[in-house]
Design a binder for this molecule. Structure first.
Ligand code: 4AD
Ligand code: MG
Length: 432
């Protein structure tokens, strides 16, 4: 008896196989049960007739609850009408563990309820599709950098300092002796890595104690952050563009079924798989926003509304570069041509999704960086190691960070980032 995954059924037409999975749904028509069985790789319609099963087993099958785990043995047949194009003519059903009163039924449920049931909700076809896209995006990130010779350089999660500003730090009591913080970004450590290995990336969870309840904010999210020695802002923008286009193309190539399940419009993704992307400066962005009637002050960072307005003007992702330095973190290098600007870039996803990437060139001059740390009243002692990177063989370098959940939300066309991670962490949610 050959155990086969549903996604591989096409290679077993006419053979007798066993599926191991869970009962997703079922209906009956007198002498035939149609059992929809899922095994994580797909859903297969299993047709169980009274003559094949025998009266007793047939009657038992009529009482199987949703999400009962079972092994179903039968012959694989091609059937264009069945989901996936294949079905199983059942010979035998073995119940592994029964389930009754499964809380998530095919009827509509509220989001709060579903989030409480997240451990089960991930079995539903939509959530399942989103998380498979996420898995593909993460593999694509790793492949992109591996193909280009980047070293995976894991950054610590417990840190002594802030990186992206002190207002949204999670503080931890470290053995009753001192304070530690959950990392906001692996960047500072990736910079050390870049000066050791030339090109590196870190990829891990990051934390922001942000009191924002928008559809784009999580308190824990995953970020992939490349950092490259001898890169300037232009090099960095090119890398970001190549990276995003690569990921989009990969998802289109390998996760079409999932995008179909999500009823994702593929046209904007097809365009985003094509380079080049549009690029504008912050100054130009301000002009465009004002022309649209938005009241924006030069010097302010953009929020969701501004980003949505800007990105809706372009068919591809949009790179906005050279923001006012005052609204950006201490480590950003200033534009020598206009020192009030930072050599930074944000990548805004189209269709109103807004920022998915933030990055830029880093301040590489020892005196300038030190002065900035002092100016921003950051604890100098904690940054001595970071300043060492400018003391010993400093070079121009740049990098960026992409939030996985933001990217996945856009690719999947979903409204809220909370569905783009298995177990979302938000201000008002820590469970399950
Ligand atoms: O723009 P951010 O804050 O940049 C950094 O952290 C840099 N140190 C990265 C670097 O240059 N290595 O964050 C980068 C990305 C954002 O563009 C967004 O996609 C995501 O991280 N992000 C969040 N995602 C979900 N919830 C939040 N609260 C997020 N904050 C940032
Ligand atoms: Mg940002």
């Amino acid at each position: 008896m050959a155990w086969v995954y549903i996604e591989d059924l096409g290679r077993h037409l006419g053979e007798e196989v066993t599926l191991r999975g869970w009962l997703y749904n079922r209906r009956s028509s007198g002498k035939v049960h149609f059992l929809l069985v899922r095994d994580g790789t797909g859903v297969c319609q299993c047709v169980a007739g009274i003559n094949d099963l025998g009266a007793e087993a047939f009657a038992a099958a009529d009482h199987l609850g949703q999400e009962t785990s079972l092994a179903v043995t039968g012959v694989v047949r091609e059937d264009k009408r069945a989901p996936g194009g294949r079905e199983l003519t059942v010979k035998r059903i073995e119940v592994i563990a029964p389930a009754s009163d499964y809380p998530i039924t095919p009827k509509e449920h509220g989001v709060a309820f579903l989030l409480d049931q997240r451990h089960l909700w991930i079995r539903s076809s939509r959530q399942h599709a989103i998380l498979r896209v996420r898995s593909e995006v993460e593999s694509a990130c790793r492949d992109f950098f591996a193909e280009r010779g980047f070293v995976l350089f894991d950054a610590p999660i417990l840190t002594p300092t802030s990186c992206e500003g002190t207002t949204n730090l999670f503080e931890i009591d470290y053995f009753g002796e001192r304070k530690a913080y959950l990392t906001q970004s692996g960047q500072l450590y990736a910079e050390a890595g870049a000066l050791a290995f030339g090109k590196v990336y870190c990829f891990g969870p990051t934390f922001r104690a942000e009191k924002s309840k928008t559809r784009r904010h999580l308190t824990e999210f995953w970020m992939v952050e490349p950092e490259v020695a001898y890169f300037n802002l232009d090099d960095d923008m090119q890398l970001a563009e190549d990276f995003v286009a690569y990921i989009v193309a990969r998802v289109l190539e390998r996760r079409r079924e999932e995008l179909k399940t999500l009823e994702r419009d593929l046209a904007p993704l097809e365009r985003a798989a094509q380079k080049p992307y549009a690029r504008i400066t912050y100054d130009e962005a301000i002009e465009r926003l004002r022309a649209k009637g938005l009241e924006v002050k030069w010097g302010d960072d953009f929020g969701g509304d501004e980003e949505t307005a800007l990105s809706s003007e372009f068919a591809t992702p949009l790179l906005v570069h050279r923001y006012p330095a005052a609204c950006k973190p201490f480590y950003m290098k200033r534009d020598p041509a206009r020192p009030e600007l930072a050599l930074c870039v944000d990548v805004l996803a189209p269709e109103g999704y807004g920022e998915i990437i933030g990055g830029g060139q880093r301040e590489d001059d020892y005196q300038t960086l030190r002065a900035r740390i002092v100016e921003q009243r950051l604890p100098l002692e904690s940054f001595e190691w970071y300043l060492d990177l400018r003391r010993y063989g400093s070079v121009p370098h740049a990098g960026f960070g992409m939030g996985i959940e933001r990217a996945v939300s856009w690719l999947c066309g979903i409204h809220h980032v909370r569905e783009a991670v298995p177990f979302p962490r938000m201000m008002e949610r820590l469970e399950p």
